[in-house]
Design a protein around this ligand. Sequence first.
Ligand SMILES: [Zn+2]
Length: 383
Amino acid sequence: MIFSHFFRHNESRGKASAAGQGQPRHVSHREATAAGDAVELRNGAVPHSGRRSHDGTVNSEKQRDIPRDSIQTGAPFPPLEGSLVGVDILHFNDFHRKLNPSQDGRVGGAARLAGLAEKTRQEFPNSVLVSVGDVANGNGDPPYGCGAWDEGVRSFEPVVKIFNEMKVDLLELGNSEFKDPSNNYESLQKGLISKFRGEVLCGNVERGPAYPDEHALDGIKPYSIKQLQGMNVAFIGLVAQDMATRANPLMGFGLAVANLDETLNKLIPEVRAKGADAVIVMAHESFNGCVDIAGRVSGIDAILAGRDHKQSPEASEVKAPDGRTTLVTEAGSHGAFLGHMRLVLDSSTRSVLRVEDRLMPVDASAPIDPEVQAIVDAFNRNR
Ligand SMILES: [Zn+2]
């Protein structure tokens, strides 16, 4: 099955995306017809492939046996001409300490994920590598995690070491970072935040009664603005608002979690005022939740979703209140996929013309990163 890309050009921005006009991407020729006939969904979302559930109930947090023939790497991005520049974002989410390949060795593996990221980065040297939440442990049983449940500081080992080796640039905090029953905020700080060499993002976590100290959130930033290809690209991090209630009560850490829409409506004008030419939201919120956000909040060019472990080709283009189209995508879970998002901007006007996204399976075709493999081997030996 060959996937074709449909590109949204400048002239299409701001126009209505009623039924079928919001151009889907990563849609097969066969599916494209169905998508073209699609009805408009709530908040203006246009279904990507016609297979996506829109009832908002998908939140399984479970690894699914991914049908391998249903996922394809998107076609290569088209060349950039004239004043166009491409900003490349490599993304994954819900890694859940899945160090070793799963599904009889066919899927994932930290060393393959790192190898594929490095290979892609060699081809696109100015790309950033981002993780959209849930790096700790698994979901309590061996198929989902590293094969053992660890608590406290150990729940982040050896992920933080691997992410540093992979040179992950941005790390958004997911609900699992706040979930372990014996965790406390100190272990999150000691085990992950203080050891990670990139930037840790989470714009809607706030000091609460148990942690009123002004330094409580040291090491966590609401956003980062990176200069890429001469453009200023803002990355805003968010965690699901029910994080604190889903976590162990000891563990909501005495922190508070602010409403996502309100946080975005505060932070987006702030980053735009600081010169952001593009705004990417890294939201550890469900795919459908992110589609809803994209339909309610203006000023977002793309949302990288997480938490419900969905994978493209379910990416959606959503009509935002300000008329722009916001791409929502998610790269599965457990290191099974590496997403490659490309923002195409016009450097003369500093405006985003289109957003493209493709999903690369992490499988035996990916090169092994020897340093990461050594970290995994050492961890396996000590279990
Ligand atoms: Zn997860």
